[in-house]
Design a protein around this ligand. Structure first.
Ligand code: SF4
Ligand code: SF4
Length: 350
């Protein structure tokens, strides 16, 4: 029997800004959404499930991840119920359900907890610097190893189990029989979506947004490779140095534009910014900017006397790697790609 949570819309408010009481089920949002078809009424099905508190139904659904937040439904809604933001709030809520540690939910729901976690990590980095007597060589060397360790630990201990949990909720639990070969055949689809997020192109006015996201993902992933595997801060190879400058500049220029749009609330999708959205764009901006300045300080030979430049970068990096990547908005990029993959597997089964 389906579990009903009468307090669900109240709970969901902590994850976003949907006004469930305003919705009178007119269907305008479904009419305008390009994802709607005769089998699935986007986003109305999720609206009804939310209003009725059908948590299990929502947990087993991939719909919130298939929505690419064009904002059309919110613009068309005559009651300003903001169904686009409902889908966004459901994605945040689902993230907290997939996460076995429970930290995602705590961070999404409480700004105090988030600020506290950021402060604890900042203090830990400063203590680490003091413990190493602010020896630049040692700190940068260990900082480099931290990146490798953080990527492995976060992936193996948090992201991988959470993706398995998502698979369980959306496929495994319902005994959906998917042939093993389909998992391999659809793998290409997963990788393409992960690196291009091409589904967002489905919306008419999304081309620029898609291009910016694509450039950002490319800049972010290649900077990660450049710093971790090509040792950007330690190398003397000109090509790698210039490559790192370009990648970090791409990150802070594009994210600066994201922050500007959120402040100016230009588009429908920028009108409601949850604190997790702000942390994501600002920290990504700071990651690019501080990495750029660290390398610049190395090239100008001034880092030795200005170690705080590296320490500040390290604080941002640690907070990013241990909070935003495993528990914050970064995970949406991963879950969305897997949702498209799982959707494909379910279709194969049909
Ligand atoms: S969310 Fe708005 S557009 Fe959609 S059914 Fe409700 S009132 Fe109509
Ligand atoms: S935001 Fe766009 S894709 Fe998502 S439900 Fe609304 S109209 Fe559909």
């Amino acid at each position: 029997m389906a579990r009903i949570n009468p307090e669900f819309t109240k709970e969901l408010k902590k994850y976003g800004a949907f006004n469930a009481n305003a919705c009178y089920n007119c269907g305008n949002c479904t009419a305008v959404c390009t994802l709607s078809d005769e089998d699935n009424s986007f986003p109305r099905k999720m609206i009804r499930c939310s209003v009725l508190g059908l948590e299990d139904e929502i947990q087993m659904s991939l719909d919130p991840w298939l929505c690419y937040y064009c904002g059309e439904c919110s613009t068309t809604c005559p009651r300003e119920a903001d169904p686009g933001e409902l889908m966004m709030s459901l994605r945040r809520w689902l993230t907290s359900k997939y996460d076995w540690t429970g930290l995602s939910g705590m961070l999404y729901k409480s700004l105090t907890v988030t600020v506290f976690a950021f402060l604890v990590l900042a203090i830990a980095v400063i203590f680490f610097g003091a413990y190493e007597k602010f020896n630049l060589e040692k700190i940068t060397h260990l900082g480099h190893y931290f990146e490798i360790l953080a990527i492995s630990v976060v992936f193996l201990l948090v992201l991988l189990p959470n993706i398995a949990h998502m698979w369980w909720m959306t496929i495994g639990k319902h005994k959906t029989k998917v042939p093993l070969s389909a998992y391999f055949k659809s793998m290409g689809e997963l990788l393409v979506h992960m690196f291009t997020q091409k589904r967002t192109l489905g919306c008419d006015d999304n081309q620029t947004r898609w291009f910016e996201h694509f450039i950002l993902v490319l800049g972010y992933l290649t900077l990660l490779l450049t710093t971790v595997f090509l040792d950007w801060f330690g190398t003397q190879i000109i090509f790698v140095i210039v490559l790192g400058y370009v990648e970090s500049a791409v990150i802070f220029i594009v994210t600066f534009d994201f922050v500007r749009r959120r402040i100016q609330r230009e588009a429908e999708i920028s009108k409601h910014s949850h604190t997790s959205d702000w942390f994501f764009v600002i920290w990504l901006f700071l990651m690019g900017l501080t990495a750029f300045f660290v390398r610049l300080s190395i090239d100008l030979d001034i880092l030795e006397n200005n170690i705080w430049i590296y320490l500040f970068h390290l604080i941002i990096l640690v907070q990013w790697a241990l909070i935003i990547v495993p528990f914050g908005k970064w995970t949406h990029f991963l879950y969305r790609s897997f949702a498209i993959y799982f959707e494909k597997l379910i279709q194969v089964k049909r």
